[in-house]
Each structure stands twice: as C-alpha cells, then as structure tokens.
Ligand binder design. Structure first.
Ligand code: ADP
Ligand code: NA
Length: 336
C-alpha cells in the first residue's frame, strides 16, 4: 500500500497560545505518537515564507521562528520521528507546483485572498501529502489544495489520447487528493478568549490577558484565569449559549482531561457543578499549570541554546529538502 504522508504547517507567530495547542499542536503530537513509522511519514513545517506576507523587521521574524521551534520541540514534536523543518529550508520553487495549476478564472479574485492557500497547496504537493490535519477554519484551504491536485493530474498525468498509455513518470507523478484529518474528539474545536468569550482565543487579540501562552508561569496562569470573564448568573452550570465564559473554562479542562470526559461529566464528577466561580477557576488553573509546566521548562532550555535547537532539526530539514527535491524532479519531468 502507498505510504501515508501527513503534512501540517504553522506560522512562526512566536509562542503559541492554549488555543493553538489544544486545537492543533497537541494533535500533531498525538498523530506522531500514534503513527507507525513503517507506513507513515510526518512533515511538520514552520511556514516562515507565509509569514513574509506581513512585512516586519528581520530580527522580529527570527525571534518568532525560534520561539515557535522551541515550543514545538518542547511540546514533544520529535525530529527523529517527524520531519520538523522551516519552510524556507525546502525552498525549491515552492510556489511553482501550485501556481501552474491555478485556474486563470480565479485571477479576478484579489491575490492576497488566495496566495496563502496556494503556498499551502504547494507544501502539500511538494511532499505529496496524503493526509492533512486541519482545524475547522482551514477546511476551505484544503479544498483548494485538492483542486490543485486534480488540475495537476489532469494537465500532466493524463494523455489527451485515451489510446496512449501514460508513461511511468506520469503514473508516478499522479497525486492523490489529500484527505482532511479532523481533530480528535478530545481536541478543542475552539477555545474562546478569556476576556471576551464570544471571540476565539487568538494571537491577534490586543489584550494579552485574553490568552494563555504555552510559556506562562503558574502565577501568570492563575492570574489570567482568575481574571477570566464569566457572568453573574450564580454557581457553576454548563450552558454554552447563556454562559459562554463558564462553558469555555469547562471546555478547557475537558480538553485537558486525562480521562477524556466531556464538560458535563467532568463538571459533575469533579464536584464543580453548583460551586463558586473561584473554585472552578482554581481547578482550571491547576490543570492548565500541570499541562504547561513541563512544556515551559523545556521551552526555556531550548531558548537558552538556539544553536543546539537548530542542530537538533538539521537532519530533519535535510529530509524535507530531499523529499522536496525528489518530488520536484518528478514534477519537472512530467511538465516537460
Ligand atoms: P490565531 O487565531 O491565534 O491567529 P492561527 O490562525 O495562527 O491562530 O492558528 C494556528 C492553528 O491553531 C490553526 O490550526 C487553528 O485552527 C488553531 N487555533 C487557533 N486558535 C484557536 C482556538 N482559539 N481554539 C482552537 N484552535 C485554535
Ligand atoms: Na488567525
């Protein structure tokens, strides 16, 4: 059977927040831990070229790249098991594969609207990914990648003359449309902002109190969660529509729960139902600290020795380059 190739990427946005972790990055680690190396390759990419669409001083991007790498290593992405690399390390005509298949009719749309999906599709094609774990918000981008694959196959891997046999290269180059891997049941679909629970937790929120960073220490975590907006509707109950702030806290502990309990079961079994907000918040803080404490410690060690970190992914980056080069040779062959 063909190898399973899992690909996912994240922008070098500095230290990830709890939403990134529970919605995406912890899933990467799970996929890594569950993968059978005999049948599966994993590619996890820090998409620093995508980041160039927002111009900023080189020094800032460098720091953000380093922080994202340190965070991924610290949360358990193991370069011996997963090909962990910077997009700029496999910079072989990255956009070419996707841009050639880009339908002209789309040109009426603003480039910025779809340059991101093109870059993403290029990475997927570059490593011939068969499976792409994405959050719900990314579904459309993957649809675009699947379209690129169909266009590529149609243009280069099928002869117009049905009597003619496709060449060996054509058969080899033929891509299979990447499938979506949706987050597991335990993954948080959407962690909301701590300060305005009607918005998702995001790095773009101007208030730093709205999000917990993977590197926040215990005191900071307690402070942020103690300050989380809830409501004045009395003791703890689970009611996502009328009590989004309380529900968000319960979603967080449910996502972190070792036993994988849903928010209501967890609330009842832990005796949180009917208790005061302060008790709920202490409970949530403790669980978040337990999860993030070891990650923070490893992160700090990595950040103290950026060079070691770079060395740690050297082989992995070479693997990414080799994979890209090999596939590009194949594509160029069929493209003439
Ligand atoms: P941000 O919203 O902070 O800009 P990104 O858009 O860079 O985050 O998202 C990176 C990854 O983290 C994506 O896979 C996205 O689905 C996931 N993610 C981001 N925010 C959340 C959240 N609040 N809850 C769950 N997953 C999230
Ligand atoms: Na975003």
């Amino acid at each position: 059977p063909p190898r399973k190739v899992i690909f996912s990427g994240i922008q070098p946005t500095g230290v990830p927040h709890l939403g990134n972790y529970l919605g995406a990055l912890r899933e990467w680690k799970r996929l890594q831990d569950e993968a059978d190396p005999a049948t599966t390759d994993l590619f996890f990419c820090i998409v620093d070229l995508h980041a160039l669409t927002i111009p900023r001083p080189g020094k800032e991007l460098r720091a953000a790249r380093q922080e994202m790498l340190a965070a991924l290593l610290a949360l358990g992405i193991d370069p011996a098991k997963s090909t962990l690399y910077f997009q700029s390390d496999s910079k072989l005509q990255l956009t070419d594969t996707a841009s050639v298949t880009d339908p002209v009719a789309r040109a009426s749309l603003k480039l910025g609207l779809f340059s991101y999906p093109v870059l993403q599709a290029a990475d997927i094609l570059l490593h011939r990914a068969t499976h792409v774990p994405v959050g719900d918000d990314q579904r459309q981008h993957l649809e675009f990648a699947r379209e690129c694959v169909t266009n590529f196959n149609h243009t280069y891997c099928a002869y117009p003359d049905p009597n003619e046999e496709p060449s060996k290269a054509m058969t080899e180059a033929m891509l299979s449309p990447p499938e979506i891997i949706l987050p597991s049941a335990s993954a948080a679909k959407r962690i909301m902002s701590l300060t305005s629970p009607d918005k998702k937790m995001s790095k773009s929120d101007p208030s730093p109190k709205s999000r917990i960073l993977l590197t926040d220490d215990a005191a900071t975590i307690h402070k942020k969660i103690r300050g989380a907006v809830t409501d004045g509707l009395g003791p703890v109950s689970y009611d996502p529509v009328n009590r989004p702030g309380v529900a968000n806290l319960l979603h967080i502990v449910s996502a972190l729960d070792q036993k994988g309990r849903d928010p209501v079961t967890l609330m009842k079994e832990e005796g949180l139902e009917g208790c005061g907000m302060a008790d709920l918040k202490d409970f949530v803080s403790d669980r978040v600290c337990e999860e993030l404490g070891p990650i923070r410690e490893r992160f700090e060690i990595y950040m103290r020795s950026p060079w070691d970190m770079r060395v740690e992914i050297e082989e992995s980056a070479e693997r990414a380059q080799k994979s890209a080069a090999k596939n590009m040779r194949l594509y160029k062959k069929v493209m003439g």
